[in-house]
Design a binder for this molecule. Structure first.
Ligand code: FE2
Ligand code: FE2
Length: 188
C-alpha cells in the first residue's frame, strides 16, 4: 500500500500534537500552582501577593487555552488533561516566590524543547506560534527574579515582609500598565 506523503486531516507533524498537548497540561498545571499559592498567601494576610498570584493564575489559564485552540486549528485534537495534585502549603512568602522562579525556568526549558523539535521536523507554523511563548517566558523569568530580589533588598525582618508584600503589589501595577499599553498599541 502506498503511504500518503501528507495527512489531509492535520497540518501538525507526527508527535507535534503530543508535544503541544503536553504543554497544554504544563500551562494548566501552572495556573493551578499559582491559584494554590494565591490562596496560601491570602490565608496568611499577604493580600498584594495574593492579588498578584490570582492575576497570574488567569494568565496561565490563557496560555493553556492559546495552545489548546492552536492544536485544533491545525487539525489536531486538543485534549483536556488530567491535572494532578498541587502543592498547597509553603513555609514562607519567599518560599512561594522561589518555587515560582524554579517553575518558570522549567516551563522555559519545555518550550525550548518544543522549539527545537519544530526545527527537527520543519514545522515552521508551530515555530512561529511558539515565538510568543519564548518572549513570554523571558518576561516571566525576569519578573520572578525581580520579585526574589525584593526580598534581598528589603529584608524580611520586622516590617520588611509587609513592605515586600507592598512591592509585589507595585510589581502587579507595572505589569497591568504594560498590558494596557500593549492592548492600546494593538488596537491602534
Ligand atoms: Fe505560561
Ligand atoms: Fe508562567
Amino acid at each position: 500500500m502506498k503511504t500518503a506523503k501528507v495527512s489531509l486531516k492535520t497540518s501538525l507533524p507526527v508527535d507535534m500534537e503530543k508535544e503541544l498537548n503536553k504543554q497544554v497540561r504544563m500551562e494548566g498545571m501552572s495556573s493551578f500552582y499559582y491559584l494554590a499559592m494565591a490562596s496560601w498567601c491570602e490565608t496568611k494576610g499577604y493580600i498584594n501577593s495574593a492579588t498578584f498570584l490570582y492575576h497570574h493564575f488567569e494568565e496561565e489559564k490563557a496560555h493553556m487555552m492559546k495552545i489548546f485552540r492552536y492544536i485544533n486549528e491545525m487539525g489536531g485534537h486538543a485534549v483536556v488533561p488530567a491535572f494532578g495534585e498541587v502543592k498547597l502549603e509553603y513555609t514562607s512568602l519567599k518560599d512561594v516566590f522561589e518555587h515560582i522562579l524554579e517553575h518558570e525556568i522549567a516551563v522555559t526549558k519545555s518550550i525550548n524543547n518544543i522549539v527545537d523539535f519544530c526545527f527537527q521536523v520543519k514545522d515552521f507554523s508551530t515555530l512561529h506560534f511558539l515565538q510568543w511563548y519564548v518572549n513570554e517566558q523571558r518576561e516571566e523569568e525576569a519578573i520572578a527574579r525581580r520579585n526574589l530580589e525584593i526580598f534581598d533588598i528589603i529584608g524580611e525582618a520586622g516590617q520588611g515582609i509587609w513592605l515586600i508584600d507592598q512591592e509585589i503589589g507595585n510589581m502587579l501595577k507595572q505589569i497591568l500598565a504594560k498590558e494596557t499599553a500593549k492592548e492600546g498599541a494593538a488596537a491602534a
